[in-house]
Design a protein around this ligand. Structure first.
Ligand code: DTR
Length: 343
């Protein structure tokens, strides 16, 4: 009797103990952790959009997916981002396509001087071009989004008020924008954005050509006391995912990612446009930066010097069996449509 009581007592105890254990949530059974690499430091716009995407994914998958973010080149740098994702060193990576002009020729057409007025329009147009022409260069990855910067301007230690001022000045740019500086007579120095703070500090360059939010995010306004507004070209970016990792995702998670492609592009475009405006105000008011607006006729002369860049690109595209003229026409048509819509 005693032993039976003991048995019953202990089995009740065991049952109570087991049922009171926290139930292993199905979430952890199927939970997925992905790494996301980025090349510039955390406060810059490519990383701000990365954190926003992470938050949305974690929310929309109810915690089933968690994203570990690696800003500042801690997992992959600007130049090995794309190949690093293909090789699986990171599951997801953010790259500036302009840093590899030949590799991403079709999508880099958006960085030709075609008067894309802002990042929101740029991001929309870029995504459309990608969807329509499905460039072969992305065959080995899954594209999670694409977006662009706001148009580029000159930020410099010495004022640039005329073509005479820019002649021979060591200015940093990358990709398509490099050709623009050359056309204006500057001494163009190529390097990714992540290498620019040191180059400015050491005096390797006297300024840079980029979207102007960097004045605030990298504190370039402390060194570059002049901004010359040319509003010339945008830089296109892509966020890509390792194809095997993508294929291994459950369908419901793939849907969450797919639904975010366009939304994230527009979110980033909007963020960039607002942040570029904020950066100009901050540079003027907090850092005493002079914003130089070129007279209309002067700006027209500068723009006229860029005409052959588009023609040359079309010829180069033809050589590579890429329908260059059609792509340029598509971009121009979409830019016009977007500006009409904005009015
Ligand atoms: N304008 C391009 C891309 C770029 C613009 N802002 C940032 C911030 C961080 C990294 C890259 C970029 C460039 O000059 O590289």
């Amino acid at each position: 009797m005693k032993t039976t009581f003991k048995k019953v007592f202990f089995s009740i105890l065991a049952a109570t103990f087991l049922t009171s254990l926290p139930t292993a949530a199905p979430v952890s059974a199927g939970s997925i952790t992905l790494s996301y690499a980025n090349f510039p430091p955390a406060p810059t716009f490519p990383c701000v959009q990365m954190e926003r995407w992470k938050e949305e994914v974690e929310k929309r998958t109810s915690g089933k997916v968690s994203i570990n973010t690696f800003p500042g080149g801690t997992l992959l740098g600007a130049k090995n981002m794309f190949d690093g994702v293909i090789a699986g060193q990171a599951d997801i990576g953010c790259l500036c396509m302009a840093y590899q002009p030949g590799r991403f020729m079709i999508t880099n057409a958006t960085s030709l001087p075609l008067e894309i007025p802002d990042a929101k329009t740029g991001s929309k147009v870029l995504l459309e071009i990608y969807k329509k022409y499905k460039p072969e260069s992305f065959a080995k990855v899954k594209v999670l989004t694409m977006f662009t910067t706001a148009p580029s301007n000159i930020m410099s230690k010495q004022p640039v008020r005329s073509l005479a001022d820019i002649k021979g000045m060591d200015l940093r740019a990358s990709g398509g924008a490099a050709q623009i500086l050359k056309a204006w007579g500057a001494n163009q120095v190529g390097m990714p954005m992540s290498a620019t703070p040191e180059a400015l500090q050491k005096g390797v360059v006297q300024g840079l050509f980029s979207s102007v939010e960097v004045m605030k995010d990298f504190k370039f306004a402390e060194l570059c006391k002049y901004m010359t507004m040319t509003d010339t070209v945008i830089y296109p970016f892509a966020v890509v995912m390792n194809m095997d990792k993508w294929n291994a995702l459950p369908e419901d998670v793939q849907k969450v990612f797919a639904d975010l492609i366009e939304e994230q592009a527009l979110w980033t475009g909007n963020y960039m446009d607002n942040h570029a405006r904020e950066s100009i105000e901050w540079s003027k008011n907090e850092q005493g930066v002079e914003v130089i607006t070129l007279p209309k006729e002067e700006l027209a002369t500068w723009n006229a010097m860029l005409g052959s860049i588009v023609e040359d690109w079309i010829k180069e595209a033809d050589k590579n069996n890429i329908p260059g003229k059609a792509i340029v026409d598509d971009i121009t048509t979409q830019v016009k449509a977007a500006s009409a819509e904005a009015k």
